[in-house]
Design a protein around this ligand. Structure first.
Ligand code: 13P
Length: 254
């Protein structure tokens, strides 16, 4: 089954509303053509979502949040609920990013609760997994990915999975300039696909898009996307400049 590429910008804690508007103004021209071969998503910080939402409304570029609460409303200081993202036309939400896992202590179980909450609210999770260098060097790659996939995607149906994008981001490649080689990435992606097959069956495994993340740049996006099981990218640093993100996507679809 042909899987359409999906490339998403994860801006992390960068760009307030003014910079967001400036970026979108320079980024949008030319995206219609790129979007024939690739779904394009931008994930600004929460406070910049209203600005992004109005500027992206008539465009082919989808809007994502970087996180969401597992609760609906109430006394949860600092949290943002799914219905608030719905109100702003947000379509995706990044969940389980390694920075949320390692800096803010999010567990597989907690991430799983957010995955369920998001799906109930028609938000598509971009569900992140990935091992640290220590885990990889200690021979624990498969064990870690297995735990993250089975825990984070627990109790989902095959139907739910149609709305889930998986992002494999080896922690040692995030923001370091060290990219996994296309072989390393392909090998991990094929393994993740085999886990999806065990958990949800072969149809879901064949249809689910698995992004690679970790120092993806205009210069390496093509060789990564050319591999069989790599269906897109989740991009940090190289998505912060419109020209660089544009070029990265253009190279990937070429
Ligand atoms: P970099 O592209 O800056 O390595 O970040 C990857 C990432 O964490 C995207 O979610």
């Amino acid at each position: 089954m042909a899987r359409k590429l999906i490339i998403a910008a994860n801006w992390k804690m960068n760009k307030g509303p003014a910079e967001t508007a400036e970026f979108i103004g320079s980024f949008l021209p030319g995206t219609e053509e790129l979007s024939q071969k690739c779904d394009i998503v931008i994930a600004p910080p929460h406070v910049s979502i209203p600005a992004a939402s109005s500027l992206l409304a008539d465009s082919v570029v989808a809007l994502s949040a970087q996180n969401v609460s597992d609760q609906d409303e109430g006394a949860f200081t600092g949290e943002v609920a799914t219905c608030m993202l719905n109100e702003l036309g947000v379509q995706y939400v990044i969940l389980g990013h390694s920075e949320r896992r390692s800096i803010y202590g999010e567990s597989d179980e907690f991430i799983n609760a957010k995955v369920h909450k998001s799906l109930t609210a028609d938000l598509r999770p971009i569900f992140c997994i990935g091992e640290t260098l220590e885990e990889r060097e200690g021979g624990k790659l498969e064990e870690v990915l297995r735990r993250q996939v089975s825990g984070g995607l627990a109790n989902l149906t095959a139907e739910n999975m149609a709305d889930v994008v998986v992002a494999y981001e080896p922690v040692w490649a995030i923001g370091t300039g060290v990219t996994a080689t296309p072989d390393q990435a392909q090998e991990a992606h094929a393994f993740v696909r085999s886990l999806l097959q065990e958990q949800f069956g072969s149809e879901v495994a064949a249809a689910t898009r698995i992004q690679y993340g970790g120092s993806v740049k205009p210069g390496n996006s093509a060789e990564l996307m050319n591999r069989e099981d790599i269906d897109g990218a989740l991009v940090g640093g190289a998505s912060l400049e419109a020209a660089s993100f544009h070029e990265l996507i253009a190279n990937a679809v070429a």
